[in-house]
Design a protein around this ligand. Structure first.
Ligand code: SF4
Length: 214
């Protein structure tokens, strides 16, 4: 996709530099399979990965799969995830989501965007994470870090998720989308922070139109 498009070339250079810092980017959420990834990602909205990782081992031990979670009382799930923000809403959504996976998909998480987005509490970002990280289906998930970093890098006029997704996926081969998502998240957490981006020590300084201007 780079071809003669200078923006595609710049994006590849940016990803190369991020890879030098972060050669094997790993997801921050702990999971063993697509079901656990779906649950953990749904829990991570407005919450840190570390906090989700503290809660999910107990949750998965008590409710090992969608059938067990579908049969749970919402109040019990609330109790299990009570240290997580928005836990009441999330508990209700988890039980409904589990019921749909158990009832409509044979207990197996669907590797299909429309089916994922039809699940309770699952939006485009969560579906993209599950497709990209859980199934290896090309998807570029835009969370708050990815949106902010890509906007500062000049790939979108603002950090609006669909705008950023369209822009990056138009410039980058699908085989790189899931990795790019992780590289941008890690860069946003480590260097290009929301309030105080460390432009002075950023490996992308020469390629970033916002360097020193945020
Ligand atoms: S130069 Fe600054 S604004 Fe640009 S990506 Fe790096 S930290 Fe972010």
């Amino acid at each position: 996709m780079a071809g003669s498009n200078p923006e595609a070339t710049r994006l590849l250079q940016i990803l190369d530099r991020l890879r030098q810092v972060d050669p094997a980017p790993r997801p921050g959420l702990a999971y063993d399979d697509p079901w656990q990834l779906l649950v953990a990602t749904a829990l991570s909205a407005q919450c840190t990965d570390a906090r989700v990782n503290q809660v999910t081992p107990g949750l998965f031990a008590r409710y090992p799969g969608p059938r067990e979670l579908a049969a749970a009382a919402v109040a019990d799930v609330e109790h299990e995830i009570r240290s997580i923000g928005l836990f009441r809403n999330k508990a209700r959504n988890l039980v409904a989501m589990a019921a749909a996976v158990a009832g409509h998909h044979g207990g197996v998480v669907p590797a299909d965007r429309a089916a994922l987005e039809a699940l309770a509490g699952v939006g485009r970002k969560t579906a993209s994470v599950v497709l990209g990280q859980g199934f290896g289906v090309p998807a570029f998930a835009v969370d708050t870090h990815v949106g902010r970093v890509c906007a500062r890098l000049g790939f979108a006029p603002r950090a609006e998720p669909r705008m950023v997704e369209r822009s990056i996926t138009a410039l980058l081969a699908p085989s790189h989308w899931a990795e790019a998502h992780l590289l941008f998240i890690h860069h946003g957490r480590r260097t290009c922070a929301a309030r105080k981006p460390d432009c002075l020590h950023c490996p992308l300084g020469a390629l970033c139109p916002s360097a020193g201007k945020v």
